[in-house]
Design a protein around this ligand. Structure first.
Ligand code: NAD
Ligand code: UGA
Length: 458
């Protein structure tokens, strides 16, 4: 009764939301999302979805059990599908050649072999995961070197959604990019993928390219976005030395239409599962083609990101009389950005670890990321607590550190919080989101990123 069956392998932050939106807009397609992680699949089938993402529940509830299904049975769903999106994780390699920089493609290659094993007819295989440029060539070789006489067409369709705004980004994308081979079968497959997105995306926003440009564009988009964050963060350091104000500088340069206002927010540095891994991968690819200068250029973006976090911790320790040992410090925010429970590569991790290495005792509060805290800080058990509310986190603390830009952090009763804290009480706003003048009036010493401190201590 369905026109076609779409399968997505990998039910993570990308696979789940993307397929839910496709299923919502394309009721004539059957959309199945599979994963090897049974817990994740059970959560997708429940009222407690595995990821927090504004608007996600509504979209899933519209389509689930109508034309959207979740399953752990990867093999049989491969056999019965026409189009397969592959959205498995592609983390940085931790071993062997390219360790710490290259993408680990073992999940991806295993998936390709699994597709081949379970297919008795040709299929369209779509790279949804972020992959090194020219990965599709390797995939084509694995898939098409078969003796079953069947042909697989490999396309690239990278995902540009950001966490916290995934549903909005999927519903109203800036663009959909699809890379395909310029062959008869390539063009036919391309039309089939365009047809899916055309259900809700204006045609002019669906752009096509060759496969390699599509693969590379994804890495480059992330590299450019991260580069803007690192660029503004270097200037925040200069602002702190010169009494220039980073918010004023960002506003002034962002009004130049050639520069634009987005991604100019200075802070504790970028986190998330992708920026660092994708830039390191881009740098590694450049180096593997002998382009050492290109590689070094992009590596600097990651180095500046670490520098910004180290700098922030240095300011905290120095301001607190050069010692935080055995002092209680409240950490507000652990997710890598607001509106997500995701803690992967969060700047809060390195900040928390550095402070605990200085023997601080942390009490951590995050509205959605409690689960990730214990996981990320497992080696530091006993040196931190996870709190259910910000008021108990700050009680008896010498300082509050804001590590995530959750809007709710601006709405607390800081007068009451101040009264329960040790004095002098410090706030280190690593995201420049609080009302600093109000906090200073209450009695806090306030430290900001890229702006002069408001210190009561002379
Ligand atoms: P994720 O870790 O949340 O999800 C990946 C899922 O794939 C996991 O649930 C894992 O169990 C599953 N998986 C791994 N191997 C499998 C196999 N052989 N068979 C079935 N399932 C398997 O990762 P993610 O954040 O969704 O990212 C997926 C890809 O999308 C990555 O390449 C990433 O770079 C890219 N991407 C991520 C984002 C983002 O915001 N998270 C945005 C754009 C692109
Ligand atoms: C990013 C890209 O924005 C997406 O387009 C891409 O699809 C995705 O990576 C991916 O490939 O995984 P995401 O990491 O979810 O999305 O979130 P962003 O909004 O890009 O933020 C990344 C980090 O940069 C966060 O830690 C955020 O706080 C920080 N950031 C962002 C700043 O410090 N300042 C800014 O001005 C903007």
């Amino acid at each position: 009764m369905f026109k076609k069956t779409i399968l997505c392998i990998g039910a993570g932050y990308v696979g789940g939301p993307t397929m839910a939106v496709i299923a919502k807009h394309c009721p004539e397609y059957k959309v199945v999302v599979v994963d090897i992680n049974p817990r994740r699949i059970a959560q997708w089938q429940s009222d407690n979805l595995p990821i927090y993402e504004p608007g996600l529940d509504e979209v899933v509830y519209i389509a689930r059990d109508r034309n959207l299904f979740f399953s752990t049975d990867v093999d049989s769903h491969i056999a019965s599908s026409d189009i397969i999106f592959v959205s498995v994780n592609t983390p940085t390699k931790t071993f062997g050649q390219g360790a710490g920089r290259a993408a680990d493609l073992q999940h991806w290659e295993k998936t390709a072999r699994q597709i081949l094993r379970n297919s008795s007819s040709g299929k369209i295989v779509v790279e949804k995961s972020t992959l090194p440029v020219r990965t599709a060539a390797a995939m084509e070789r694995i898939l098409n070197s078969n003796d079953k006489g069947i042909h697989f067409e490999v396309l690239s369709n990278p995902e540009f959604l950001a966490e916290g705004s995934a549903i909005k980004d999927l519903e109203q994308p800036d663009r959909i990019l699809i890379g395909a081979r310029n062959t008869e079968s390539g063009k036919k497959a391309l039309e089939e993928i365009i047809e899916i997105y055309a259900h809700w995306t204006p045609k002019e926003k669906i752009i096509t390219s060759n496969v390699w440009s599509s693969e590379l564009s994804k890495l480059v988009a992330n590299a450019f976005l991260a580069q803007r964050v690192s660029s503004i963060n270097t200037i925040s350091a200069l602002c702190e030395k010169t009494n220039a104000d980073i918010e004023e500088v960002s506003r002034a340069i962002g009004m130049d239409s050639r520069i634009g206002p987005k991604f100019l927010k200075a802070g504790v540095g970028f986190g998330g599962s992708c920026f660092k891994k994708d830039i390191l991968n881009l740098a590694y690819i450049a180096e593997s083609y002998g382009l050492t200068e290109v590689s070094r250029y992009w590596e600097q973006v990651v180095e500046i990101n670490s520098y910004q976090q180290e700098r922030f911790v240095r300011i905290i320790v120095t301001s607190m009389f050069n010692t935080v040992a055995e002092k209680k410090i409240a950490l507000f925010g652990f997710a890598f950005k607001a509106d997500t429970g995701d803690t992967r590569e969060s700047p809060a991790i390195s900040i928390a670890k550095s402070l605990m290495n200085e023997r601080a005792i942390l009490s951590i509060y995050d509205p959605k990321a409690s689960e990730g805290i214990a996981f990320e800080l497992a080696d530091y058990a006993g040196r931190f607590t996870v709190e259910e509310d910000p008021y108990s986190a700050a009680q008896g603390a010498h300082a509050i550190i804001v590590a995530t830009d959750w809007t709710e952090f601006g709405s607390y009763d800081y007068q009451s919080i101040y009264e329960t804290m040790e004095k002098p009480a410090f706030i280190f706003d690593g995201r420049n989101i609080l009302d600093h003048h109000k906090l200073f009036k209450i009695g806090f010493s306030v430290h900001r990123i890229g702006r002069p401190p408001m210190s009561r201590l002379g």
